[in-house]
Design a protein around this ligand. Sequence first.
Ligand code: ADP
Ligand code: ZN
Length: 624
Amino acid sequence: MEPKQLFHFNRSLLRSKKFLMGVGAAVAVVVLLLAIWLPAQQLPELLSMSDVASGITHGQITSIEDSLATGEMTLHYTGGRIAKALRDTSAPLVQQLSYLGISPQELTGVQIKIEATDTAMTVSRGIGTVLSVAVIAFLAFMAVRTLRTSGPARQKKFEEGIIPDVHFYQVAGMDENLQELKDVVTFLKEGDKYTAMGAKMPRGVLLVGDPGCGKTLIAKAVAGEAGVPFFALSGSEFVEVFAGVGASRVRALFEKARKKAPSIIFIDEIDAVGRERHNGSSGAEMEQDQTLNQLLVEMDGFSSTENVIVLAATNRMDILDPALTRAGRFDRRVFVTRPDIKGREEILKIHMQGKRISPDVSLSNVARATPGLVGADLANIVNEAAIIAVRADHSMVEMGDFEEAVEKNLTGGVQRKNSLMSAEERRIVAYHEAGHAITMHATRLSDPVYKITIIPRGAAGGYTMSLPVEDTMLHSKNKILARITGLMGGRAAEEIFFHDVTSGAANDLQVATQLAEEMVMRLGMDSATGLRVYPQQQGYAALAAPHNSQKTSESIDEAVKNILDSCYSQARQILSEQCAYVERVANELLEVETLSRDEFVRLMNAPILNHEAKLKVFNTVEIG
Ligand code: ADP
Ligand code: ZN
């Protein structure tokens, strides 16, 4: 949420109340008069709702008489043609039309008359009904309108075709990630230079990260820096609409963006349309298919000189259809991660600009108290602190106001509560990740540890990343074993330091099991089961395939178990011997949350002091 939005929202609410009363009364009067003076006509031709929608889009329909009770509508066309249509009575007409892709703006040219059909009704009852009906219809119209502009859960507003006044300096804590996007900016600004050189423009960039991490902000900043118009739509808008609407909206958006090229198209929540296709035949899936196809068609249709770049945001890259990430489409990606302590401090700083902040406010303490929170949360906290300060009649925002705002944020939303770990959980995650890092570091064939973090990401409490020095084609048995040992390091550390184990190793164990099964069943790397390859099939294929004999199955299971067990005991051994280093790395992680390769190596190379060398064993903790 933007810092000033809360105040802004209040003001506009006041304004819209007056507006609402005025317009409401006017609509009611008009509807009333029309309802009294224009009786319903019985006419033969019956059109479908999509005919009605296309009539409106093409400006052929001048007015609609809508009978709320029966759902019967009388349509007046230009040139005097009159037709009838039936709609579903469970939802207001305006809402149904919006499902068919008719925006409230398009409806402004159409007179909608709402009728009470019961002619036997007394006049007074008629007036009462019509009035309430008018009010309901008007409220429904307003509701649809607000829904359409802001979305139900998040207050995002995309102004189409505007050059956003957002710049890179307003995006904090992601300097490394911005490089790829700076390239995009250069392409947009100096496209001619590149095309003259024969270089191909990037087509699509995928921004991957959790909600609220600033993906939309970054996309806007790219457009702002390049000084080009910004067009946006959200994938979730298409989830429940009728067939064809998504595709036509995509087409329309690309058309507009092309006309204003160079420009940026931003597609939020692309996973809603870009989910991997499964040839499903439900209406929703077919709709998703059509929308996705249209998107692919549009992207492939760019000519090499067209300066339109599509940025798309998702937090689920794993479920995207491979067609989307193919070369020439979204072939570049930028990871927008949750900010670490330093990043959080910078974000707070950005959002404090223009606010009166007392000198006693320590940003680093606020940052320290908010592990796991994203930019949107922090922006919210700053705004909340300002409101609390006003309420408390402070002349400046004080540290106490911040503390209250943080507390409010943490105890507020359910979602945010999840992302914030308890102190004990954080400690367990820190030891778990340190365990991975140190087993990897200690096994010669493991890939070097590249980054360790205890900032939660998705379902994971933290992660340790290793990167191969060079691409390898062949994987040796010992290398795979080293990898499994590294995966076991997390669980082993929990057991050594906490005398208990948590569900945090679930994914590690799954990957390790898969690797071990590969070794045994496909790579002939186990001496007991030998060189034979065993078919590995899942689902229906597995049921149909010939079964391995009982004995074979047992020996495969046994071999897989042996591999996992021996890797686990090796990890335990390493960590017991190096427990002082585990302590050191875990404590550092608790302090700074993220360690780069250099920082990690420095910690591992510093000599162990005497007092560190003792193995500290924690009391058993209970984990919920
Ligand atoms: P997403 O698109 O990833 O869900 P948004 O871009 O909508 O996130 O972020 C919401 C708001 O949070 C932004 O408008 C901005 O005020 C704030 N915000 C998020 N990340 C950052 C950041 N890195 N620096 C500054 N502000 C941020
Ligand atoms: Zn792990």
